[in-house]
Design a protein around this ligand. Structure first.
Ligand code: AHG
Ligand code: MN
Ligand code: MN
Ligand code: MN
Length: 333
């Protein structure tokens, strides 16, 4: 079988469509290279002094793991000098990271969750990196936070790397979803799945059940009905999976269907959910929609939400179209 590298794939995309500019191609390759470096660190584990806590707190109020900080640094360093970016923003940084003025400024904005699934780092379970690319508004000088507050529909590319038994890169530039596997010996990304599609129906759901008592009634109803199985209103038995790394849960859904939920809930004070719109919900929603699935916040399409702040949190329901439709309908009843 002829091997197609990420570079070859991107060059061919660039020839075919005007959407993929040379600058965007460079951006994607640089992000992919950074993910390769992160993957290498992840693989070293205790031997690389990358496990455990960094004893600092991020803007989310979470204690940072060493690998959260290391991955953030790797992505910043890799993307600073190429001239393809106007600024970056990350889960691990309070505000945006402008490009230092010793480097030229490009026209794209990059956002990332440098290390997704932090609670799984120290137990050797799959983790990942999520990224989202926007175009900087025209005629803008030094970008501000405001420049990033564009709806998900404005994304020109989105993707994630999953560091599991294999390291994979899943990518969309608005023209379907493709998956690349890292050839560790050669150090190159090889196209291994073309045009991934999420089945419209599923018998599998993913939610953190330990929060059940806090859920809003529509989510209670939806999950209760699934749990009733064959003899309940849904007329079939459902299976449950929860990895606690969004990348790994979404990757499973891309491969065999399912619905992933991180709802808002009634905790005191009421929680808007845990996941962040700009670097978790939006990129995953773009990937899922490009693969024929759906992604809502329980009411409307995630990609249509007008962001109000960089670290905004949103409820997330995504995956197999028909299931996302049911739980979204329940929210409206
Ligand atoms: P992060 O590690 O980037 O902070 O994100 C963790 C997120 C997401 O990956 C996962 O789906 C969810 O948190 C798990 O939450 P619970 O701890 O409630 O299971
Ligand atoms: Mn975190
Ligand atoms: Mn995350
Ligand atoms: Mn993270």
């Amino acid at each position: 079988m002829k091997r197609i590298s990420l570079t070859q794939y991107l060059v061919e995309q660039q020839r075919q469509s005007n959407a993929l500019t040379a600058e965007l191609r460079l951006l994607i390759e640089v992000v992919a290279r950074a993910c390769k470096t992160i993957s290498h660190s992840v693989g070293k584990g205790a031997l690389g002094d990358i496990l455990g806590s960094a004893d600092t707190e991020n803007i989310q109020g979470e204690v940072q793991k060493k690998l959260d900080v290391i991955s953030n640094e790797i992505l910043l360093e890799a993307n600073e000098w190429g001239g393809h970016l106007a600024a970056m923003a990350s889960e691990e940084m309070e505000t945006i990271h402008p490009i230092p003025n010793r480097y030229p400024m490009g026209e794209y904005l990059l956002m990332f969750d440098p290390l997704d699934g932090s609670s799984n780092i120290d137990v050797n379970v799959s983790i990942g990196t999520i990224f989202s690319v926007l175009k900087a508004p025209e005629g803008m000088g030094q970008p501000t936070e405001q420049a990033f507050l564009q709806p998900g529909t404005a994304q020109v590319a989105a993707g994630y790397a999953v560091y599991g038994p294999q390291t994979m890169l899943v990518l969309t530039t608005g023209n379907g979803v493709n998956c690349f596997t890292l050839d560790r010996e050669m150090g190159s990304w090889v196209l291994t799945q073309r045009d991934m599609k999420i089945p419209e129906d599923t018998k599998e759901f993913a939610i953190n059940m330990s929060n059940k008592r806090h859920w809003h009634p529509p989510v209670q109803r939806y999950v209760d009905e699934m749990l009733e199985g064959k003899t309940g209103p849904r007329g079939k038995d459902f299976n449950m999976r929860w990895i606690a790394s969004m990348v790994a849960d979404v990757h499973r859904i891309l491969n065999r269907g399912g619905i992933f939920m991180y709802p808002a809930d009634l905790r005191d004070p009421a929680s808007p959910g845990k996941l962040r719109l700009m670097y978790e919900a939006n990129p995953m929603a773009m990937i899922v929609e490009q693969a024929g699935g759906a992604a809502t916040d329980g009411h409307g399409r995630i990609l249509d939400i007008p962001p109000t702040k960089l670290h905004q949190r949103v409820p997330v329901f995504l995956g197999s179209k028909n299931e996302v439709e049911v739980v979204t309908r329940y929210h409206g009843e």
